[in-house]
Write a protein that binds this ligand. Structure first.
Ligand SMILES: [Zn+2]
Length: 428
């Protein structure tokens, strides 16, 4: 894209209002593309969106747009549905990953803060985090909550530490329930510490060598129900890491708000999620990365077959979920092994598309859909009058394939504008 375009997207004292016309604009709320759309914004708000030219009154005399880009698409900034901002996801070596996590909390925090600035310039304007035990997410949540506190920085929504059963999976991003007298006081303590939502770990993870989830669930249905009641009493949603049909079943029966991963989910369970309005964040990427880097991971023979089968079954479940009308949301589990922040979300969208999710649907769910359920209906994730001007402009039509979103794009964030091409992807 012509670099002069950036200058015309920036809000300046001489140009406090910008008016652009694009060939198409994603109306994520109504799941459609507007053709030849007008978008007018100032530093703080979107002033007008529509197919018709605005009334002159909005622009105090301006008669023509600042920019007309009939080959371009404008769409809301993306919202990552599942991340661990404290982790460097691009690292694949187990030893280096372990060493990284041993760094002091302040270093982890500073690395994460740098990541947030990078992510905004890639077009990812917010994320729902899956937890860390060193208050990295909570500190970033507070820091990014204040309007105008940090320019061009992605907003973090954090659960603080995930909640797991003592001695079971989850210790590297969570703290045990047993630190508290009971479930209610555990949830209250998380909220008092500043949690935006509550993250529980009802199951272990997939044993790739065996091709299934071996460990029994960490929490009973009754315990999950108590988590839900305690979280909802504090107006927080309950995010549940769950894989394996038994544990996924417990999570659904317990009434969590979102099932994360959900590998080995059954068709009946998907129907149950639809009925109970539980959203699903399928996170294909961490398992796909294991297959993509099988050599490095040391996977051979039967394990490779397991990985392929698990991903194929997951794709079938995704198609079933869409046919049933389950709310499928978009999150990559960025930070987990091989899943870099930023690029991981673009890869997740690509994998969802490959698995059969319609492209328009992916674009709408990665923006408005995620914001509706995961980040508490913020004034972004959709291009609407009165919302924050945080959006992407790209010359590569994302409706043809979401892969086009990975190519150069321009990002407007509260009156500033940058090209993704200038962003360093190191340390994500
Ligand atoms: Zn996670």
């Amino acid at each position: 894209m012509n670099p002069n375009i950036l200058a015309h997207l920036r809000v300046t004292p001489a140009n406090p209002t910008r008016w652009i016309v694009v060939g198409q604009l994603l109306d994520a709320k109504n799941r459609r593309m507007l053709k030849n759309a007008h978008l007018i914004f100032d530093q703080d708000h979107i002033l007008h969106v529509g197919s018709a030219a605005p009334e002159a009154a909005i622009l105090s005399g301006q008669r023509t747009p600042d920019l007309t880009l009939l080959e371009a698409t404008a769409m809301p900034g993306l919202i990552e549905g599942h991340s661990h901002i404290f982790l460097e996801g691009s690292e694949l070596a187990a030893e280096k990953r372990a060493d990284y996590q041993k760094q002091d909390p302040q270093t982890l925090y500073q690395n994460a803060e740098t990541r947030l600035r990078t992510l905004a310039r890639l077009g990812i304007i917010a994320m729902r985090d899956g937890g860390d035990k060193d208050q990295v997410g909570l500190r970033l949540s507070k820091l990014t909550a204040a309007k105008d506190c940090l320019p061009f920085t992605a907003k973090v929504f954090s659960p603080g530490a995930g909640i797991h059963r003592q001695g079971r999976y989850g210790g590297f991003f969570g703290k045990p329930l047993e630190d508290h007298a009971n479930i209610e006081s555990c949830v209250q303590a998380r909220v008092a510490a500043g949690a935006d939502h509550i993250k529980i770990v009802p199951t272990g993870i997939i044993n790739f060598a065996k091709g299934l989830v071996v460990a029994k669930p960490q929490f009973s249905i009754e315990e999950i129900q108590q988590f839900k009641q305690a979280a909802h009493a504090q107006q927080k949603h309950l995010m549940a890491h769950a894989s394996g049909d038994i544990g996924v079943g417990y999570a659904i029966e317990g009434g969590v708000d979102t099932v994360e991963h959900g590998f080995f989910i059954t068709d009946d369970q998907l129907a149950g999620m639809r009925d109970k309005e539980i959203a699903w964040v399928p996170t294909f990427t961490p398992v796909q990365e294991q297959l993509d880097h099988a050599d490095l991971m040391g996977w051979t023979g039967e394990t490779l077959d397991h990985l392929s089968r698990i991903l194929e079954n997951h794709a079938c479940s995704l198609q079933k979920a869409m046919a049933l009308g389950v709310n499928v949301l978009v999150g990559s589990d960025a930070g987990s092994c091989g899943v870099a922040h930023g690029t991981g979300l673009f890869y997740e969208m690509e994998l969802l598309e490959k698995a059969g999710m319609p492209t328009l649907n992916i674009l709408c769910q990665a923006t408005h859909g995620n914001n509706n359920v995961l980040t508490g209906k913020q004034p972004y994730g959709s291009l609407e009058k009165g919302f924050r001007p945080r959006f992407i402009v790209t010359g590569n039509n994302p409706l043809e394939t979401v892969k086009n979103l990975s190519r150069e794009r321009l990002v407007v964030f509260d009156g500033a504008a940058e090209s993704s091409a200038t962003v360093s992807l190191e340390n994500l």
